[in-house]
Design a protein around this ligand. Structure first.
Ligand code: AMP
Ligand code: MG
Length: 397
């Protein structure tokens, strides 16, 4: 059955560009290939062989991205998608995958959609998103058929955590920010995404009462939709953090279920939360020390370069839902991105952690504290990272 699927895939792609896949010879050679590799292989015509490359980068879909984020001038090594199994690059299937990737790279958007439709795959999203989806499908199917990838590793959604907790803080702000203006968190929203079901299961939201600048600027209310009344009635940040942790515990996160914090960019945790904990004189929560910066995951997976939330939403073929800069609406839209990434087979794993020492600088000069997490580190901590929700006691604010 798998072989039939694979052969029709190859024919499908080949028919488009008039190349010929030597299926007969592949069938003839299959027993030989099976004995040599213990796996099925399909031969390529000479034409395809010329196009094929054994370059690892080709095979890996060139997941390197250009950092287009204006706020961040620090060169950083991106977290690459880890490979599920040790690769046997000598296996001919990698040449075939590289060859198909090369062809897909040359497809127009209409061609991509036509192929995806034939394969009954989603057709929403930008050209780069569609190309990645098609490549991922072929790659997974071919690796599976060739026996290189284990079945469970080829399942469409990669479950690395039971839940994602998507956070997007809003903070006090001014139109023209003074250098000594200390921003305080005024909205604490979280969206709970069940990875197994791929669905949003619950939401948390509380406004927080700022102390240093209790009066919101007109600009801030206009930007975020948060009114003076909202914050006047709200609890202090440390109380909200306690409620948030109670909500996590009620959902059995950190006990029965594993979870990871997800944000758009490094700032929510490395800047807003870090500074707010210092202001409120509370310990930084251990379970926020590692997080997923979805902007980076998106850029690496779809090969797009980093971009704002609104652009990512457009690229996956959706409209932004709700109001931009409303924390809960932003978090809901980030959840759409995570859902799309999961559906497309991305590994949505920790890629940022709190920096203990050296801060990096935003474009506005403000320091933020985050450093990239690499695959080896993720593998080392995966499953071992257990939060212990301590009761926060704040003496000041
Ligand atoms: P965001 O998650 O993009 O809605 O931004 C988080 C916080 O960053 C906002 O609540 C503001 O405090 C600040 N912020 C975002 N955009 C701007 C802006 N254009 N001007 C000033 N502050 C902003
Ligand atoms: Mg926001």
């Amino acid at each position: 059955m798998c072989c039939v699927v694979l052969l029709s895939l190859l024919l499908l792609v080949d028919r488009w560009h008039g190349h010929f896949v030597d299926i007969q010879s592949s069938r003839r050679n299959s027993s030989e290939n099976l004995s040599r590799h213990g796996k099925l292989s399909i031969s390529l015509s000479d034409d395809m062989k010329k196009m094929a490359s054994t370059d690892k980068d080709d095979i890996e879909d060139a997941e390197e991205t250009v950092d287009t984020e204006v706020e961040d001038n620090t060169a950083e090594e991106e977290t690459k998608e880890p490979e599920p199994v040790e690769r046997e690059y000598s296996h001919p299937v990698y040449k075939q995958i590289a060859s198909l990737n090369g062809k897909i790279n040359n497809y127009s958007k209409a061609e991509l959609i036509k192929n995806l439709k034939m394969l009954k795959l989603d057709t929403d999203g930008s050209r780069s998103v569609l190309a990645k989806r098609l490549k991922t499908f072929y790659k997974k199917t071919m690796l599976s058929v060739s026996g290189i990838q284990e079945k469970n590793e080829n399942s469409k959604i990669r479950i690395l955590f039971d839940f994602y907790v998507i956070i997007d803080y809003e903070a006090t702000c001014e139109l023209l920010k003074h250098s000594n203006f200390k921003q305080e968190i005024i909205e604490f929203p979280a969206v709970l995404l069940n990875c197994q079901k791929g669905e949003v299961e619950d939401e948390f939201r509380s406004y927080c009462r700022p102390v240093l600048n209790p009066l919101l600027t007109e600009f801030c209310t206009e930007l975020t939709g948060i009114t003076q009344d909202d914050v006047d009635k709200a609890p202090l940040f440390h109380e909200v953090l306690t409620s948030f942790e109670e909500w996590l515990q009620k959902k059995k996160l950190g006990s029965k279920y594993s979870f990871a914090i997800v944000t758009d960019g490094p700032w929510d945790i490395g800047y807003f939360l870090k500074n707010q904990c210092a202001l409120s004189k509370i310990e930084f929560p251990t379970y926020c020390k590692y997080w997923i910066n979805v902007r980076k995951t998106f850029a690496n997976f779809y090969n797009t370069g980093k971009m704002p939330l609104s652009t990512m939403i457009q690229l996956i073929g959706r409209e932004f839902q709700g109001r931009a800069h409303s924390g809960l609406d932003d978090a809901r839209n980030i959840a759409f991105i995570v859902q799309r990434l999961l559906k497309d087979g991305a590994r949505v794993i920790f890629n940022e952690k709190l920096a203990e020492g050296n801060a990096r600088r935003r474009e506005d000069g403000n320091p933020y504290f985050s450093v990239p997490v690499h695959n080896t580190e993720f593998k080392a901590i995966q499953g071992k990272f257990k939060p212990n929700f301590p009761q926060k006691k704040s003496s000041v604010i």
